[in-house]
Design a protein around this ligand. Structure first.
Ligand code: MRU
Length: 353
């Protein structure tokens, strides 16, 4: 099986079917899929990063709602249906806190159901929810292409760009956000070279981004996170593109931990720093990044990540999975509706409603 004929996420069968996904924890050595037939399996897959990346989490959660409703007995009354839907949505929302696309997708599913509540027709509502999940999935493919189209215009033939974490096809329905910019630039005939930060502690850059770029024939050089400032100082980097997990109304952007350091280095060395993200990644309820919930993960990810103990037992560990890059360090945000620059509340409001 190669990357070209495997989907990050796919639904198998009709409404009574199940969600299939690449188990990203096994990459790059094993390209395997897992089947999620229970909502608990979807929750676990999100929590454990078998599926990860903000848009992909949202799509998985939307399908997770459909899976969660499958266990209702055929003669369920409407009240019990409503309760189950709310429980399933709340449960899936508890899987990871930072990527707002998860909550965006769940709210969208809930709103679809609520728009039909007056019918009290469970079959009709369930059908509509299944269709909505598929629409969310299909929309994301188009959104990623559009982000690529707008973003590639910022890159010149021969540029070398740095990226952090994985915002590629694995993190979305297909094609990615940050990596879409590289793919589209390449398709437009530009020669693009990429430096990929390995992205401690879970190595999404090394395991996933390097793998995706190699699969698509794009020149990629892997570096440790701590080398980014040096390669910029050496003049090897023309710019940076990263994805995002949540963008506040003023443009402050949460993304994989380490992104903030990259943005500071880019500013110091005069390299443009771009964020590529769909409109669903904006959280306009937050005036700035201070209110973005930052996930803290198991210390074992740092001390014992890939089967080898690398820190003494009993050491204190702090393991935030994301950080927030202030808007003033971001040269532009690339969305499916166009490029926001300069990044400020007013310009964001023109593109994101
Ligand atoms: O912890 P992860 O792997 O889910 O973190 C992913 C990122 O930080 C991505 O950059 C972000 O979700 C954008 S994916 C298009």
């Amino acid at each position: 099986m190669t990357y070209q004929n495997i989907e990050t996420l796919s639904w198998i069968g009709d409404q009574h079917g199940w969600l299939r996904m690449i188990d990203q924890t096994l990459l790059p050595t094993e390209l395997c899929e897992i089947d999620c037939r229970e909502v608990e399996t979807v929750w676990e897959a999100i929590k454990k990063l078998r599926v990860r990346g903000a848009p992909a989490i949202g799509i998985a959660a939307a399908y997770g709602v459909c899976i969660g409703l499958q266990t209702l007995p055929p003669n369920t009354d409407f009240k019990a249906f409503q309760k189950r839907l709310n429980d399933v949505v709340d449960y899936l929302a508890s899987s990871r806190p930072t990527a707002v696309n998860l909550f965006w997708a769940l709210n969208r599913m809930k709103a679809k159901a609520e728009s039909l509540y007056e019918t009290e027709n469970i079959t009709e509502i369930s059908n509509a929810l299944f269709t909505e999940a598929k629409v969310i999935h299909e929309e994301d493919r188009r959104i990623c292409r559009s982000i690529g189209k707008f973003g590639q215009e910022l890159l010149r033939d021969g540029d070398t760009f740095l990226t952090h974490c994985n915002a590629g096809g694995l993190a979305t329905a297909d094609y990615g956000t940050a990596l879409a910019v590289f793919f589209a630039a390449t398709e437009a005939g530009k020669k693009i070279n990429v430096y990929a930060d390995e992205t401690r502690p879970l190595l999404q850059g090394a395991r996933l981004t390097a793998w995706e770029l190699l699969q698509r024939g794009i020149d990629v050089t892997l570096i440790c996170d701590s080398m980014a400032a040096m390669v910029m100082k050496q003049g090897k980097i023309n710019g940076v593109v990263v994805g995002a997990d949540r963008i506040a109304a003023n443009g402050d952007t949460a993304n994989k931990v380490g992104t903030y350091s990259v943005a500071i280095s880019a500013k110091t060395h005069g390299a443009p720093f771009y964020v590529a993200a769909p409109v669903s990644t904006f959280d306009l309820t937050l005036p700035n990044g201070n209110g973005i919930p930052i996930e803290e993960r198991d210390p074992e990810e740092i001390c014992n990540s890939f089967g080898k103990r690398t820190a003494p037992q009993g050491v204190k560990v702090y393991n935030p999975a994301f950080d927030v890059t202030p808007a003033e360090l971001i040269s532009a945000i690339i969305t499916e509706h166009g490029v926001i620059s300069p990044v400020n509340q007013e310009n964001i409001a023109k593109i994101v409603q």
